[in-house]
Ligand binder design. Structure first.
Ligand SMILES: [Zn+2]
Length: 255
C-alpha cells in the first residue's frame, strides 16, 4: 500500500458539525465530482485535492463509505418506490456491507492484461477522467475518451499500437476489464417489492446519497443554532462546538 493511502486511511476522521455545514456551503455550487473531493478533503486535510482526485472511482467511493460510517454510523436508510406498482419501500442497509474493496489492500497504479494477442497496460479511471467526459453528451464518445485516457500502452508482438488500431473486440473487452478491476465503482442494490413481487436493481451512488444526508444534517444544525442563539444569545461557533448530547439537552429545555 502506498504511503499516501496509508496516511489517508489512518487519519480519516468523522466530519464535525462545523465541517458538515462547510461541506454543504461549498458543495452547493459544485459539480458532483468536486463535491466528492470536498467531502474527502475535509476529512483528510493533509491530502491535496489532486491526490484525492487521482484515486480510482472505486477507491474514492470506498473512502466516502468509510467517512459516511464515521460521521453518521453504519446503518443507512434507503427510500425507494417500486417502478412497477409505486409501492414505497424503506430498507435498512449497512455501510460496511457495501465496502467491497478493503481500504487496507494495495492498489497498483499500473495494471496489465492480455486480450487476444494484445498486451495492455492501463490504470483505473479517476475523478480527473470523469471530469474530462462530464460535458460529453455522446455516451459512446465518452466511453472512448475514458478508455483512451486509461490505456497507458498497448503492444502486439512487441510493437506499440495506438488505441485506434485495436480491433473492436479487444476494445470491448478492455472496457469490461476496466470495470472489473474497479468493482467498488458500481454497487448494485437488489430490491424485491413485497406488494407486487417485482424485482429490480438500482445503482447505489454514495456521492449523491451522502450529499443528501449532509444537506439535511447541515440544515438541521443551522436550525438548532437559530433556536439556541435566539434564546441564549450564544455564538454560532460555540453552539456548533458542543457535543450533540449537550446541544440536544439545551434544545429540550428551550422547546
Ligand atoms: Zn411493486
Amino acid at each position: 500500500m502506498s504511503l499516501q493511502k496509508r496516511r489517508l486511511n489512518r487519519k480519516m476522521r468523522s466530519l464535525s458539525a462545523q465541517q458538515i455545514i462547510q461541506v454543504w456551503e461549498l458543495g452547493q455550487r459544485q459539480h458532483f465530482l468536486d463535491r466528492a473531493i470536498t467531502m474527502l478533503s475535509m476529512a483528510c486535510p493533509e491530502q491535496t485535492t489532486s491526490e484525492l482526485a487521482a484515486l480510482s472511482i472505486g477507491q474514492r467511493d470506498a473512502y466516502l463509505l468509510r467517512l459516511r460510517e464515521l460521521t453518521f454510523g453504519n446503518q443507512m436508510t434507503s427510500l425507494t418506490a417500486c417502478p412497477h406498482c409505486q409501492e414505497k419501500l424503506e430498507s435498512t442497509l449497512n455501510v460496511s456491507n457495501f465496502r467491497i474493496v478493503e481500504l487496507q489492500r494495495s492498489h497498483p497504479q499500473v495494471y496489465r492484461c492480455r486480450i487476444d494477442s494484445y498486451e495492455l497496460q492501463f490504470r483505473l479511471a479517476n475523478s480527473w477522467d470523469l471530469a474530462a467526459i462530464a460535458g460529453q453528451k455522446d455516451a459512446m464518445q465518452a466511453k472512448t475518451i475514458l478508455e483512451q485516457r486509461c490505456l497507458l500502452q498497448a503492444n502486439l508482438d512487441g510493437q506499440l499500437v495506438n488505441y485506434d488500431q485495436l480491433p473492436t473486440g479487444v476494445i470491448e473487452q478492455f472496457g469490461e476489464t476496466l470495470s472489473d478491476y474497479d468493482p467498488q465503482a458500481e454497487i448494485l442494490l437488489s430490491f424485491d417489492c413485497p406488494a407486487c413481487g417485482h424485482q429490480w436493481n438500482l445503482l447505489f451512488d454514495i456521492v449523491a446519497f451522502f450529499w443528501t444526508e449532509l444537506t439535511v444534517q447541515a440544515k438541521r444544525l443551522l436550525h438548532e443554532v437559530h433556536v439556541l442563539a435566539r434564546f441564549y444569545g450564544w455564538r454560532e461557533i460555540d453552539i456548533l462546538s458542543m457535543t450533540t448530547a449537550r446541544r440536544q439537552l439545551y434544545l429540550g429545555l428551550v422547546s
